[in-house]
Structure formats: structure tokens, C-alpha cells
Write a protein of this length. Structure first.
Lengths: 298, 453
């Protein structure tokens, strides 16, 4: 099968994508949202017309609210980012935005998150990512415990993790790009997206590995590389289609869904796409590569 | 064969029954909602704060003064007090929960308050934080200078009426407050019943001060200054101030809810405007419908008869999920809807795995009946294993959860579990019901897939 035959080309594509994502991560970095670092976000919509941004900027300079960042949103609205506010500061902020009542406004959204809540969320996110990864490695090692020749089952687990990292790093790279150019911020949903990609990526890889497992049991080919090739032949269609359906719903979530889950849907779409790519073009060819290295060393 | 038809009928009845339930119990869909039985009215969709609008408050409890062993008891009583105060504003379905300190949640004891529909955070936090302070004071000797009093919360109040001095009797010894109306003037009154200690104190005070004034102070201001006519041994007192029935009711509620057992401070506030939430609901519903239709088209065009059956099975899956959302109930958030949408995708996954397998079995020369049963049994291991990994992530996410993440993990995890059994089983029963169409060319075409043949 051509995927196994040209595995080095496909592996290189993956390596390039991962490397460029990492470069983007280090060059652009993230904008961390208030969910994690604490702070306040206020969204207001003016009833008639909104005051000039420069006027508001000047008004805030005289106040003791730290640095206040004002961004226009929609036709008549502003999003205001600041340090976390207590009640007095919050009403002062609203009073200033309404120019002491001259420009009537409606507050659509207000979030004020203390720094300790942000720290707690950061810790939870890290623990969750580690736990999900460990649980998945254990699960794969368990699910593939019966196939240990010629490649031992923990190596299937390892390959699934390699493709999992690939599937997570590329969407993160995409996100740093969005973060840099469109102001997307790392929030709770970002972490949810990463964790969901972890789950979906593995489930996709398992569909292919499951076929390899079955074919190894039935001994349909004499050597490992042909078995993997045949398995890919038999299962790539369904792998692509299953992903296509998930991607269809994710895209409808992106185009028609709520504003708050837009970037989330986009990240998951990328995760799903590269998840499918990696289970066909990365995980299985890597298994063959490992087996070849093993037999060379013997 | 009859058994199969029976199964199909049972599923159809169940599916339509659930769809009917979802339709009838939703005010937006059922124009006759007001006249429905109360059973149906009790199960609307429960929308999270981000969809319904409202406030989400996180308080930190200062437990430094509490003994180590009593932390959880005092946190529970804190929750009860706050819950009673919150109930006073007549919010529908407020949520007040304690988040204990721990390795994952951090070292603070926290209290989380969700107030659906309340967007005036200032007012809400003011009411939650308010501690009613009830004091009983007696006339001071004539030559007493003006002084300041320190109450039990450490608050210093300048006593503006130096003719009264504090007694030991405070709202702490209150057992119950009730609202009643004066029999002659119909003015609202608040009747107080003290506990044993309070009754003794009150008896002593009234005994010592017959013919003098006893002032009842609320939050540092006198609200009622009656003259004692005789000793009151039964521990009952009446406050008749100039308040409206509503104020009287609020006062009773506040007195009954008592003082906070531990001081609290606000850590974070989130308010979501109702219009923003409404837009998110519309968008979420639209995304679900569009996603579902696209998948249905794809399945029918590509997989023909099995695809059509899968669409049918999926519709039943969706009604099962919607009914579960109503019955359990599950609080739906934007992230929760996203989880549900993804679970639809995963439910389709299972069917595709089966159909691709079915196609292979057909190609290898089996009869349609054999291919259907082999397709299901051989695809099962990959469906099971691939879904387990999603369930693992969902479980950990749920446990990790802030409310936003919990909503997502719950709908996704539930969706995968339900789809593993419902979507797969229903497709199978229906498909087995169709094998009577035989082995003809048409049958082979209907069970085939792709663009050709």
C-alpha cells in the first residue's frame, strides 16, 4: 500500500506541521484570558450612539482603575478589559462609560475573576490534561494487550500518544495564530477543546489499530508491514468518513453556533482533521518503522 | 420474523412517545402549553446561566477562626444561611454550593452562588452579604456620655442615641420571627420568639425596666421603642415599626436566616445579559439542526437504505437525549450544547463503522442477512474501544469541572454512552427487519454505498 511505501514523506509532512506549530507557539505565544489570569471583562451596548474611544480612554486615565483596555464590538458596543473590580469600582466603570449618564447604555456581560480563581483553574487544567493522557495510555495498553508480536502492545499505546501529541500541537499552533491576529484568548473552552481532541484523536487511531489487531490475529499477510498496509487499505475509508461526519457537525457549530463556542469549534475541527490524518499517515506507518528498526537490530 | 416486527413497533412507539413528550413539555413549541397537565409543565429544558442570563458569584469563606474539625459543618450552615437569603429574592432555581478546599480545588473554602435571571449583581451581592443585626437596648442613666458600641462582627457603630445602652439580648437568641398584622390597626408587625436563654434575658430586662422604654435596634438604627408595662416571661416580643407588609416580610426572612457563621468575601462575579444568552440559544439550536440535516443528507446519499435507517435511529437517539435532558434534569449551557452536537457526530461514527464493515462483508460474497449480522458484530469492538477513550476524557473533564466544563463533559459522556446502545441497537433491529427484501439487484443496490452502482 502506498501509505506504508511512502511513509517517510507522510512522516515528514507531520514533522514540518508540528515544528511550524511549535515555532508559532514560541514566536506568537498566547493571549491568556481572564479565566486564568484574573481580571474583569465588561461588555456594554449603547442605546443611541457610542462615545469616541479616545474620550473614554482619557476619562479612564484620571481614574484609579489601573490600565483599562477598550475595544469596539458590533455597531454600538465596547468590550472593556481591566483588573478585577469590586462593586464600587464596577459602578465607577459603568458611570464613566456612560459619560455620567449622558450616553445611556446596557451592560450585556460582566465578568470579574479574582486571581486566585484563575490560579485554581490553571492547576485544574494541568491536572486534567495529565490525567487524561495517563488514563488513555493505560487504556490502549489494556485494549491491545493480546497483540504483542511482532510489536508489543505498549508500543501501540506509545504511537497513539505520539499521534495524540501531533493532533494537539497542530491546533494549538493554529490557535496561537488566531490569538496573534484575531485576539483569541486562552480560556476554559480552550482547555476543553484540547481535552476533547485528546479523546477524539485516540478514538480515531483505535479504529485503525483495531483493524491491525484483527488482521494480525487472522494472519492475512506474512509480514508486519504488509499487514499494516492491508489494514489501512481496509479501514481508511471508514476512518475518513467517521471524521467527516464529526467535522460536518463541528463546522455547523462554527458557522451557526453561539459566538462563545466559535474558536472552540474551529480548534476541534482542526484537531479532528489532523487526528484523522495522523491515524492514517502517522501512527500506522510509525508502527511499521518501529518493526523495521527492531528486525534490523536483531 | 414476528419478533423483529414486534421490536420495531416497540421502538417506534417509544420514539414517538418521547418525541411527543419533548414537544408537549416545551412552552415554545406547544402553543397550548398553559393548559397541559402539570406533569408536562414540570419538565422544561433547564438552561445554564450563559443561556438564560444571570449571575455567577464565587465567595471565599474565611475559616481561620473555625476549628479544623468543624470546617465542613460551618460551611454547610453557611450554605444554608446564604440559600435562605437567596430564596428571599424570589429567584427561580438558585444554586448555592460549597466547594471544599483540596488538592485540586485550591486551599480556600469556597461558596458558589448561581442566580439565574438576576443581572443586577450589585443588588444581589448586597443582599447576600447583608447581616441583619438585631439588638435590644435599655434606657441609660441620665448622665451617660455618648459612646461607641462594638458588635459581635467587630463592626464599630457610633451610638447616636446615647440615652440607650446595649444589653446582652441580640438576634442570636432569636428562635423564630413571624409576620402578623395588628388586630385593630391592620399594621404589619413582626413577632419574635426567643430561645431559652433569650427568654430568660428578655424576662430579666422587662422585669428591671417596667415603665421605661426598651429600644429594638435593627442594623444599628432603632425601629421600635415600646414602653414596658410588665415583665414578659414567655419570651415573646412584637416589633411594630412603620414598615410596609413587603418590608415586614423581608425583615422576617432576614431575621430567620440569621447571621453568617463565617465571614465571606467575593472572589469573582460573572453576569450574563439575558439577550446575549437568548442569542446563544438560537444559535445553538440552529447549529444542531443544520448539523443534523447535513449528516442526514450525507448518510442517505452515501449509504442508501442503511443510511436512511441510521437517520431514523439518530432521530430516536436525539429524542432520547432531549428527554433525558428534561427528566434528569441536565442544565444546558453553550458548551453543553456543543458536547451534544459532537455526540451526534460520534453516534453517526458508530453507524458508519458498521456500514463500511457491512459493505466489505457483502463484497466478500455473503448474503445480505449474514452480512448485516457480521457487520454489526465485527464493528462492535472498534466502536466500543474508540468510545471508551471519549468516555474516559469526558469523565475526567466532568470531575475537573467548573460549571462550564461539567456541562460539556456531561452531555458528551451521556451522548456517547446512550449512542453506543441506542443508535447501534436501533439501527440493527431496523436493518434486520429489512432483510426480507431478499437478494435481488434492487436489494443489493439499496445495501450498497458510494456514488457508483
Amino acid at each position: 500500500m502506498f501509505i506504508v511505501k511512502y511513509k517517510k514523506i507522510f512522516l515528514s509532512i507531520s514533522v514540518i506541521l508540528v515544528l511550524s506549530s511549535l515555532v508559532s507557539l514560541f514566536v506568537f505565544g498566547f493571549q491568556i484570558g481572564i479565566d486564568f489570569k484574573g481580571g474583569a471583562l465588561t461588555e456594554v451596548v449603547y442605546q443611541n450612539n457610542r462615545p469616541l474611544q479616545s474620550d473614554l480612554d482619557n476619562a479612564f486615565k484620571t481614574l484609579d482603575l489601573g490600565s483599562v483596555l477598550i475595544q469596539p464590538t458590533g455597531e454600538l458596543g465596547y468590550i472593556v478589559k481591566s483588573i478585577d473590580l469590586n462593586e464600587a469600582q464596577h459602578s465607577l466603570l459603568l458611570k464613566t462609560l456612560s459619560e455620567d449618564g449622558k450616553s445611556p447604555l446596557e451592560e450585556k456581560d460582566f465578568n470579574s475573576i479574582g486571581p486566585s480563581v484563575g490560579r485554581e483553574l490553571t492547576r485544574k487544567a494541568i491536572i486534567a490534561i495529565i490525567l487524561v493522557s495517563i488514563a488513555i495510555i493505560l487504556f490502549i495498553a489494556f485494549a491491545f494487550r493480546k497483540v504483542s508480536k511482532p510489536v508489543s502492545s505498549w508500543k501501540y499505546g506509545l504511537m497513539a500518544i505520539v499521534s495524540l501529541l501531533h493532533d494537539v500541537i497542530i491546533p494549538i499552533g493554529l490557535f496561537t495564530y488566531l490569538s496573534h491576529f484575531y485576539g483569541a484568548e486562552v480560556d476554559t473552552l480552550f482547555v476543553v477543546a484540547i481535552l476533547t481532541i485528546l479523546g477524539l484523536s485516540v478514538s480515531d487511531t483505535i479504529v485503525i489499530f483495531d483493524r491491525i489487531r484483527e488482521n494480525l490475529k487472522d494472519k492475512i499477510e506474512t509480514n508486519f508491514s504488509d499487514t499494516v498496509g492491508r489494514s489501512l487499505d481496509q479501514s481508511y475509508m471508514r476512518s475518513v468518513f467517521t471524521s467527516v461526519t464529526v467535522i460536518i457537525v463541528l463546522l455547523s457549530l462554527f458557522f451557526f453556533g453561539p459566538e462563545s463556542t466559535k474558536y472552540f469549534a474551529l480548534m476541534l475541527t482542526a484537531g479532528m482533521f489532523f487526528g484523522t490524518y495522523s491515524s492514517i499517515f502517522l501512527a500506522s506507518p510509525l508502527l511499521v518503522l518501529i518493526e523495521e528498526l527492531q528486525s534490523k537490530n536483531k | 420474523m414476528w419478533k423483529r416486527i414486534l421490536y420495531i413497533l416497540i421502538i417506534l412507539i417509544l420514539g414517538f412517545g418521547l418525541a411527543f413528550f419533548v414537544f408537549k413539555s416545551e412552552p415554545k413549541l406547544n402553543s397550548n402549553f398553559e393548559n397541559e397537565a402539570s406533569f408536562l409543565k414540570n419538565f422544561p429544558f433547564r438552561l445554564g446561566l450563559d443561556l438564560s442570563g444571570g449571575s455567577h458569584l464565587i465567595y471565599k469563606a474565611d475559616i481561620s477562626a473555625v476549628k479544623t474539625g468543624e470546617v465542613s459543618v460551618s460551611m454547610d450552615s453557611l450554605r444554608d444561611v446564604i440559600e435562605r437569603r437567596v430564596n428571599l429574592f424570589g429567584v427561580s432555581e438558585p444554586v448555592v454550593q460549597v466547594q471544599n478546599s483540596g488538592f485540586v480545588s485550591g486551599e480556600d473554602e469556597k461558596l458558589i452562588v448561581d442566580l439565574p435571571g438576576v443581572t443586577d449583581v450589585e443588588k444581589a451581592t448586597a443582599m447576600i452579604g447583608q447581616t441583619p443585626l438585631l439588638e435590644f437596648k435599655i434606657e441609660a442613666p441620665k448622665d451617660t456620655p455618648q459612646n461607641a458600641i462594638v458588635d459581635k462582627d467587630g463592626k464599630v457603630t457610633l451610638d447616636t442615641s446615647p440615652q440607650f445602652v446595649s444589653t446582652e439580648l441580640t438576634g442570636r437568641y432569636l428562635e423564630k420571627a413571624t409576620l402578623q398584622f395588628d388586630e385593630t390597626t391592620r399594621e404589619p408587625q413582626v413577632s419574635l420568639q426567643f430561645d431559652d436563654t433569650g427568654t430568660k434575658l428578655f424576662a430579666q430586662i422587662t422585669k428591671d425596666n417596667v415603665g421605661k422604654m426598651v429600644a429594638i435596634y435593627l442594623d444599628g438604627a432603632p425601629i421600635s421603642v415600646p414602653v414596658v408595662r410588665e415583665e414578659i416571661p414567655n419570651g415573646q416580643a412584637v416589633i411594630s415599626g412603620s414598615f410596609t407588609p413587603t418590608e415586614g416580610k423581608q425583615l422576617v426572612g432576614r431575621l430567620n436566616s440569621g447571621a453568617l457563621p463565617v465571614p465571606i468575601s467575593l472572589l469573582s462575579r460573572q453576569t450574563i445579559g439575558a439577550s446575549l444568552g437568548g442569542n446563544a440559544v438560537t444559535a445553538g439550536v440552529k447549529a444542531t439542526i443544520v448539523g443534523f440535516l447535513l449528516i442526514a443528507l450525507f448518510l442517505i446519499f452515501w449509504y442508501r437504505l442503511p443510511g436512511l435507517i441510521a437517520v431514523f435511529a439518530l432521530s430516536i437517539y436525539v429524542t432520547i437525549m432531549l428527554s433525558l435532558f428534561k427528566l434528569l434534569p441536565v442544565t444546558l449551557t453553550a458548551a453543553g450544547i456543543a458536547g451534544f452536537i459532537i455526540s451526534i457526530g460520534i453516534a453517526v461514527d458508530a453507524n458508519i463503522l458498521i456500514f463500511e464493515r457491512l459493505k466489505e462483508e457483502l463484497r466478500s460474497g455473503r448474503t445480505i442477512a449474514d452480512a448485516v449480522s457480521a457487520g454489526f458484530s465485527r464493528a462492535w469492538s472498534s466502536i466500543r474501544d474508540s468510545n471508551i477513550s471519549t468516555i474516559i476524557s469526558a469523565t475526567i473533564l466532568f470531575w475537573f469541572g467548573t460549571s462550564l466544563i461539567k456541562g460539556f463533559a456531561l452531555t458528551l459522556g451521556m451522548g456517547v454512552l446512550v449512542s453506543m446502545f441506542s443508535a447501534v441497537m436501533i439501527s440493527r433491529i431496523f436493518l434486520s427487519g429489512f432483510i426480507f427484501i431478499g437478494e435481488g439487484k434492487v436489494a443489493r443496490f439499496l445495501f450498497g454505498s458510494g456514488i457508483s452502482k
